[in-house]
Write a protein that binds this ligand. Structure first.
Ligand code: F6R
Length: 607
């Protein structure tokens, strides 16, 4: 959730680290700081709030030096104050940390008893004071770091620099990502490859339990006992340019406009357009043999999973269990060994989803993960990765990753249905054609921007909004409600349209707009009846439909957005785009911080 960037080399470290933090700010943005070595001394600058506050501080009080580490924080232990901001340290060492040290209270008590004085309320300061303690005992930095690392419990990525040791940086990680970037006479550390994108394309991803000792010319990898380990340097495809806003007002707006592209790119990986067949990566298990599927994820990725369930059950006739990962991991459900475990995550680092993955593995479930970040922890721990090709998603609210996840799940559904003998060649061609048609249809959604902006004018005035949908449109409604809450801070609830009369109908009046997704499918008439019931009670109906449903919807809706008519199978993918756009336009009208909404962070690496 927090971001880490570090450099040792020949150039002024602060601007390099600061730019790295800018690219990582989406991961956490409640405070930030940088430490460098100035004439061998550890110097730190830290500020509460966004990075601009740190920039202002650095302007007043510059930080020279060629060895530096920096951090953007998303607070877990201790309020987001300058004092609790990283780097933490003493006159001997400075550290930045991402994750949670679970045994920090025990360590803190021990260190206090040994005379160490804590200044902050954070768990992270424990690492600094533990390393410092060993330095005071006369250990060299590497030994002091390893000694400390062996005591830490929890999930963490850390970077450290040491007074009197110019050109030395030590990194370590356990259940949290950290990457080493190789430059020319300079080396970098970053909590993801985005931080390092403009600095180098040569990256080695660290694995759980790795420590690395870095100098401007070398990186020595070892385990926490100091035994050497080999990590290969890979060439990343990320380019600095791929992470700009490209003239859009916000990353979210840019990423919304990338829906057609990412659906197309993801299909290119999984579909042979000539034969109109789905071609999945090789699976280490047989889809024909899996007795059930278990789907788990968090947030938007969970809603993608819900749509996947509708598809797998209806088209592949495969029974599916589904739960949010934070429940699944503790629920201990009875599962059949050999089932298909489907984990869905943009970041591949979400703590609950990762823990659910591990608990499914213990039950002998095959692990297939739908992931966007290729070199993530979940990617390493899965039997197979079904990659979404959405590119870096910077806006904290997920948009394009969601439709890319759905595209993968749609392909998986087709492959599963074929393997189980539920889909003949002609039917597969038909569904694949519908998928291949999607990028063009998705591009047409943007012709509706004015109509969506008109809807936003109604929603922005509301305190509460009800979202409705039936069948696979129910998760689309949930996605719309989540997005609205997340970035505009307006309360929104999603209901299966048929459930409305069992409670939420009592909320309906002129002040609670109803947003409904109602394409012309088998449930069209039923959903329309629910909307009639709402209208009869004074509800204001804002409806997303398609060209086939438009005439009927126009008779009852106060406002509507008309999308191209597509095959029922792919309709949830298309319908998602305008509900996300609506949330975006409302947030813009409200003037909220669209890309970095309050209290949130991009990848939730704590439980
Ligand atoms: C919603 C959103 C979150 C994420 C959730 C899972 O806009 O971004 O709900 O979907 O935190 O994150 P990943 O997909 O990285 O596991």
């Amino acid at each position: 959730m927090c971001g880490i960037c570090g450099v040792v080399g020949r150039r002024h470290a602060t601007p390099i680290v600061f730019e790295g933090l800018r690219r990582l700010e989406y991961r956490g943005y409640d405070s930030a700081g940088i430490a460098t070595l100035v004439d061998g001394r550890v110097e730190r600058r830290r500020a509460a709030g966004k990075l601009d506050n740190l920039a202002a501080l650095l302007k007043k009080s510059p930080l020279p030096g060629t060895t530096g580490i920096g951090h953007t924080r998303w607070a877990t232990h201790g309020a987001p104050t300058a004092c609790n901001a990283h780097p933490h340290g003493t006159e001997r060492v400075a550290i930045v940390h991402n994750g949670i040290i679970e045994n920090f209270e025990t360590l803190r008590r021990e260190l206090e008893a040994a005379g160490q004085v804590f200044e902050t309320e954070t768990d992270s300061e424990t690492i600094a004071l533990l390393v410092d303690y060993h330095l005071q005992q006369g250990l060299e930095p590497k030994e002091a770091a390893l000694r400390a690392l062996r005591r830490l419990e929890g999930a963490y990525a850390v970077a450290m620099i040491f007074a009197g040791h110019e050109g030395l940086m030590i990194g370590a990680c356990h259940s949290a990502p950290l990457a080493v970037g190789f430059g020319d006479d300079e080396m970098f550390l970053g909590s993801d490859s985005l931080a390092l994108a403009p600095l180098t394309r040569r990256i080695a991803y660290m694995e759980d339990g790795d420590c690395v000792v870095i100098t401007p010319k070398s990186a020595e990898f070892m385990n926490f006992d100091g035994a050497p380990v080999e990590r290969t340097i890979q060439l990343t495809a990320l380019a600095a340019g791929s992470i700009g806003k490209d003239g859009y007002r916000h990353y979210m707006e840019k990423e919304l406009h990338e829906h057609p592209l990412v659906i197309g790119q993801t299909l290119q990986r999984m579909v042979d357009p000539a034969s109109r067949r789905v071609i999945l990566p090789e699976l280490p298990f047989d889809l024909a043999e899996v007795p059930r599927a278990v789907i788990t994820a968090c947030g938007s990725a969970f809603f993608a999973g819900m749509i996947g369930r509708y598809w797998l059950e209806e088209i592949a006739r495969l029974p599916v269990d589904i739960d949010v990962a934070s429940e699944m991991r503790y629920r201990n459900p009875p599962l059949t060994a050999g089932s298909l475990g489907l984990l869905i995550s943009q970041s591949g680092e979400t703590a609950d989803t990762l823990a659910a993955l591990r608990s499914l593995r213990e039950k002998a479930i095959h692990i297939a993960s739908v992931l966007n970040v290729e070199h993530s922890t979940m990617a390493r721990e899965s039997d197979v990765v079904l990659g979404t090709v959405a590119g870096p998603e910077i806006s904290v609210a997920s948009t394009k990753a969601f439709t890319a996840q759905l595209t993968v799940l749609a392909c998986l559904t087709i492959a599963t249905a074929r393997a189980r003998g539920k889909l003949d060649t002609l039917a597969e061609e038909h569904l694949v054609s519908a998928l291949l048609d999607l990028p063009s249809r998705a591009a047409e959604v943007f012709n509706q921007t004015d109509a969506i902006r008109a809807m936003a004018q109604v929603v922005v005035e509301a305190r509460d909004v009800l979202y409705l949908g039936r069948g696979s449109m129910f998760p689309v409604a949930m996605e719309g409600a989540l997005k609205l809450k997340e970035i505009s801070y307006i309360h929104a609830e999603a209901y299966a349209a048929g459930e409305m009369k069992h409670g939420p109908i009592s909320l309906i009046d002129r002040t609670v707009p109803i947003v409904a997704t109602v394409p012309s499918n088998a449930l069209f008439e039923k959903t329309l009846s629910n909307l009639q019931e709402a209208k009869a009670r004074g509800g204001r109906l804002l409806v997303f439909t398609d060209t086939k449903g438009a005439e009927r919807v126009s008779a009852i809706a106060e406002q509507m957005v008309v999308l191209p008519h597509v095959h029922d199978f792919v309709a949830p993918i298309l319908q998602t785009i305008p509900v996300q756009m609506l949330a975006y336009e409302v947030a813009v009208l409200k003037g909220t911080d669209v890309d970095q909404p309050r209290n949130l962070a991009k990848s939730v690496t704590v439980e």
